[in-house]
Design a protein around this ligand. Structure first.
Ligand SMILES: Nc1ncnc2c1ncn2[C@@H]1O[C@H](COP(=O)(O)OP(=O)(O)OP(=O)(O)O)[C@@H](O)[C@H]1O
Ligand SMILES: [Mg+2]
Length: 417
């Protein structure tokens, strides 16, 4: 069995083709049994990249690899069998910074399925090697460098996705039956506050499938979204899901963004969301779900799966009326009321309603009140959570308090489990 982590442990040797001095910044390994094809693959690549050539996967153990550099495997047509791809899968799985390009005679649907399952990053036709292999390799190196820097950043701040992690994440949905009351603002800031306080990995799942704006509020442009997780179907596992998440560097929060095209929302089945959520529970300490302003089947499923629901109410009569209807729907569906945390937004607005009026109308205790604060729209426009941009604001202080409530409830239910 070839262990890439084991390859990484080796000091770079001066033997072989590895460049002395600065080098290309990545290791490039070609594997192909047919010498003529191997030579063609090698000739397509710039000499400065220092490709190392092998006839068989077994020989890789001898390949010198600089620690912390991306490793790109270019596998020739002789490596496209089920057995070889199974071994490549074992090599790639859960190892950030290692990727593979497959060179094929013909990409059949069977081979495509096998390659996807093995985690192959790109496949190109052997006839196109000269024109396409160099860019396939350099694109992959770029992606692997990003993966490595994410993994390093995560390891550095103690929020490793690969190391020790909690048994099961606590899932908190942010919900309100009314639009525009501050759900996404609260979801983003609650996640940032949890990431700051709990020192473990935290993620947001944006379930506002048609108009999700968590990514915009964090100024992220994710290359992948929930749509990719849905398209992956049965192939979706932790490794694949991890590649669809994007890390917001300022807060350390991982985001699985909503589909970018509203029409993709139609494809989302509650069962798929369950699968995504189940995987995220294994990967994070806290998962925050942002929701749209209506009770769709997907939202109900998410709420039912949540350990806590931050139920947001604005200080106006229509909001309170809708909140009553929303809570009645929860009761009809037998969702336990003790997981609802009632949160008032803009509780200090100059309106004729007082928090105790809301408590009386909803027959529920208010757990927390968020003030109306100009730093909120400012932070939304800057694309930085209030917790990071204005940590001393009253709004940030109140959200930090909500994060404390969420953490203590999570600890309590972990003890009861
Ligand atoms: N406490 C607050 N103080 C000042 N402005 C706020 C506050 N909470 C929310 N806002 C503003 O209200 C607007 C709507 O917030 P947000 O997008 O979070 O609402 P939403 O409930 O997610 O809306 P939608 O239902 O459309 O998803 C934002 O522009 C935000 O700046
Ligand atoms: Mg929203």
């Amino acid at each position: 069995m070839i262990e890439v982590e084991h390859l990484r442990d080796r000091a770079p040797s001066t033997a072989g083709d590895l460049q002395a001095g600065p080098g290309p910044g990545f290791a490039l390994i070609l594997v192909e049994a047919d010498q003529a094809v191997l030579a063609r693959m090698g000739a397509a690549l710039p000499a400065g990249w220092g490709a190392q050539a092998f006839a068989d996967l077994d020989e890789l153990d001898g390949a010198p690899v600089r620690p912390d550099d991306p490793v790109v495997l270019v596998l020739g047509p002789s490596q496209a069998g089920e057995v070889q791809l199974g071994r490549v899968a074992a090599l790639l799985r859960g190892t950030p910074g290692v990727g593979a390009v497959l060179v094929v005679d013909r990409l059949s649907s069977d081979l495509m399925r096998l390659s996807l399952r093995a985690g192959i990053d790109d496949a190109i036709d052997v006839a196109q090697v000269a024109s396409e292999l160099p860019s396939a390799v350099s694109d992959l190196v770029g992606r692997l460098e990003e993966d490595l820097s994410t993994a390093r950043a995560a390891a550095q701040d103690g929020r490793t996705l690969h190391g020790r992690r909690p048994a099961r994440a606590a899932v908190t949905s942010v919900f309100s039956p009314k639009g525009g009351v501050g759900k996404s603002v609260l979801a983003v800031n609650l996640a940032a506050a949890l990431a700051q306080s709990c020192g473990q990995p935290v993620a947001i799942l944006d379930l506002d499938l048609q108009f999700g704006d968590v990514s915009v509020m964090m100024r992220l442009q994710p290359a992948h979204t929930l749509s990719d997780a849905i398209s992956a179907g049965d192939l979706l596992d932790e490794t694949l899901l991890r590649s669809f998440l994007v890390r917001h560097d300022k807060s350390g929060v991982y985001v699985l963004g909503a589909p970018t095209s509203p029409s993709d929302a139609d494809q989302v089945e509650p069962a798929t969301i369950l699968r995504v959520l189940e995987l995220m529970r294994e990967m994070f300490a806290h998962v925050i779900i942002d929701t749209p302003p209506h009770l769709s089947e997907v939202v109900l499923q998410a709420v039912a799966e949540s350990d806590l629901v931050a139920f947001l109410v604005a200080m106006d009569v229509p909001s309170v009326k809708n909140a009553r209807l929303g809570l009645q729907a929860f009761e009809l569906l037998r969702l336990p009321m003790d997981k609802v945390l009632l949160v008032l937004n803009r509780a200090d607005s100059k309106v004729h309603l007082a928090p105790h009026d809301v408590e009386r109308a909803l027959e529920l205790r208010v757990h927390l009140s968020l003030p109306s604060d100009p730093v909120v729209p400012q932070s939304v426009n800057q694309g930085v959570p209030v917790q990071i941009a204005y940590p001393r604001s009253r709004f940030a202080g109140q959200v930090a308090q909500l994060a404390e409530i969420v953490m203590s409830r999570a600890e309590q239910s972990a003890l009861e489990r």
